[in-house]
Design a protein around this ligand. Structure first.
Ligand code: FES
Ligand code: FES
Length: 232
């Protein structure tokens, strides 16, 4: 019989004690022992970022850490986002951003993207596009082309700033009013492909301007892969 060790984690604000095998990965402890299946497993080898959680405030691929190494740590998973003070009892602004800006399609990468986005905004409340792309460069998405994920995190940054200003008594326009629509902020009707929860459609001018001539996007991904293969 395999020996186990008792470990205690503070997960989404609640202390949890489990018995972990010395070889058990943190992601498996989170999903199987703590029943928090919002944290996904994509590769199990540290490549995709689907398993990203915060450990003591730092973004970490939980398939690269043993559960016993996290003993005594504070862990935040996507399930804990809505419980944070800035969520005010509703969705966290980053979750709201992914909804408003169509930052997901299949959703497999989304929990990791949301947690990576939170880590960025905790560190840098007003990141530019390059900083956002850098922050999510360890998280792969096969669906969205990343453009709407970047917009989702920008939305969250603006929403968090607006809420902070409102708390201070300053009237700030909501991000929904100040953020360009998903058609790229151009005049005319918004793109509508008729598919529920669609990606928001291509913004060809912006996307073409974004593409370096070596076929890589700004975050170094393959351009054909980043656009969901649409250009293939
Ligand atoms: S499952 Fe951890 S990085 Fe892919
Ligand atoms: S939304 Fe499908 S992998 Fe990102």
């Amino acid at each position: 019989m395999t020996e186990t060790r008792e470990i205690t984690l503070t997960v989404n604000g609640t202390e949890r004690t489990i018995d972990a095998e010395p070889r058990q990965l943190l992601v498996h402890a989170i999903r199987e022992d703590l029943d928090l299946t919002g944290t996904h497993i994509g590769c199990d080898t540290g490549n995709c970022g689907a398993c990203t959680v915060l450990v003591d405030g730092e973004p970490l691929k939980s398939c690269l850490m043993l559960a016993v190494q996290a003993d005594g740590s504070e862990v935040l998973t996507v399930e804990g986002m809505a419980e944070l003070p800035e969520s005010a009892g509703d969705l966290h602004p980053i979750q709201e951003g992914f909804h408003e800006e169509h930052g997901l399609q299949c959703g497999y990468c989304t929990p990791g993207m949301i947690v990576a986005g939170k880590a960025l905004l905790d560190e840098n409340p007003d990141p530019d596009e390059e900083e956002i792309r850098e922050a999510i460069s360890g998280n792969l998405c096969r669906c969205t082309g990343y453009q709407n994920i970047v917009r989702s995190i920008e939305y969250a940054a603006e929403e968090l700033e607006a809420r902070a200003a409102a708390d201070g008594g300053t009237d700030v326009a909501s991000p929904a009013e100040s953020t360009p629509d998903v058609a790229g902020g151009q005049d005319g009707p918004a793109f509508d492909c008729g598919v529920e929860n669609c990606c928001g459609g291509p913004s060809l001018e912006a996307d073409e301007a974004d593409q370096p001539t070596d076929g890589k996007t700004a975050n170094g991904h393959d351009a054909a892969r980043d656009d969901g293969g649409a250009s293939r």
